[in-house]
Design a protein around this ligand. Structure first.
Ligand SMILES: Nc1nc2c(ncn2[C@@H]2O[C@H](COP(=O)(O)OP(=O)(O)OP(=O)(O)O)[C@@H](O)[C@H]2O)c(=O)[nH]1
Ligand SMILES: [Mg+2]
Length: 239
């Protein structure tokens, strides 16, 4: 609970047996979450079993992809405040309260991983990736400047918090299945005239397992291009 609001934490997971237990335990140790949902997205390893053992509720989603998993998790969550976080240990429960504190001021609080002072040495947020994220966020700012004047430095940060009501407003307008789901959520919130605030969060290196979206330069470039297309499509109002 956070100030009388029930808090759900949603964790999309695709073969994250190396880290899921630690992530669930970290959030279990925080005083705020009322439930932790791990979305088992066709995992072929022990992710689901280890998540349940650590005390999470496991939700299964067979449609593959980061976006599909998050959609299923958000639908299944019962909290008033819904928090998204990764299964790889790159975000910590210690930052949760900061997201929740800002939520009463807006519809969604985004984390940003581009505040250099808060990025752990060795985390996958080296100069080029950090600046790539900032540039993408500036493109979104520019395209949506009127009337929202967004202030963003990262459009791909999973760690974020939104109200259940916000989810109800934006869910029907979301169609992306991959990592573009992340900026699509922001654009859809703007399309509904909702407020989005961004705050710095700590960003750590993966605790183990394999990177799905940012393993190589070509993977990062492909993800960035998909995100760019999504941001432009949403601005032009193409369904
Ligand atoms: N359900 C589901 N989850 C996914 C899929 N791809 C990635 N994820 C999860 O989404 C989160 C982000 O994926 P990551 O592989 O960490 O991508 P990233 O954060 O860009 O890269 P890292 O530098 O490795 O952290 C993790 O919790 C993954 O388990 C997918 O296809 N389905
Ligand atoms: Mg990650």
């Amino acid at each position: 609970m956070f100030r009388n609001s029930k808090v759900s934490v949603v964790v999309p997971a695709y073969n994250e047996e190396a880290t899921i237990g630690t992530v669930v335990a970290d959030f279990k140790g925080s005083p705020f979450p009322d439930e932790i949902l791990v979305v088992d997205n066709n995992c072929t390893d022990r992710t689901a079993a280890l998540a349940a053992e650590a005390g999470a509720r496991v939700v299964r989603e067979s449609a593959p992809g980061y976006g599909c998993a998050l959609r299923a998790g958000l639908d299944a969550a019962s909290g008033d405040m819904l928090v998204l976080v990764e299964a790889d240990g790159s975000f910590k429960a210690g930052d949760l309260e900061k997201l929740l504190v800002y939520l009463p001021d807006c519809a969604m609080v985004m984390g940003t991983r581009t505040t250099r002072q808060m990025v752990e040495q060795g985390a996958n947020m080296r100069g080029s990736l950090r600046w790539g994220n900032v540039v993408m966020a500036k493109i979104l700012e520019l395209l949506w400047y009127v009337p929202h004047e967004p202030r963003l430095t990262d459009v791909g940060c999973t760690y974020r918090a939104l109200w259940r009501k916000t989810w109800g407003q934006i869910r029907g307008g979301l169609r992306e299945r991959g990592p573009q789901f992340s900026p699509e959520m922001i654009c859809e919130a703007y399309r509904h005239g909702l407020r989005v605030i961004e705050i710095p969060v700590h960003y750590h290196r993966r605790l183990g397992g394999v990177s799905k979206h940012s393993a190589s330069f070509s993977k990062v470039a492909r993800t960035a291009l998909k995100m760019f297309r999504t941001i432009v499509r949403k601005r032009l109002g193409i369904a």
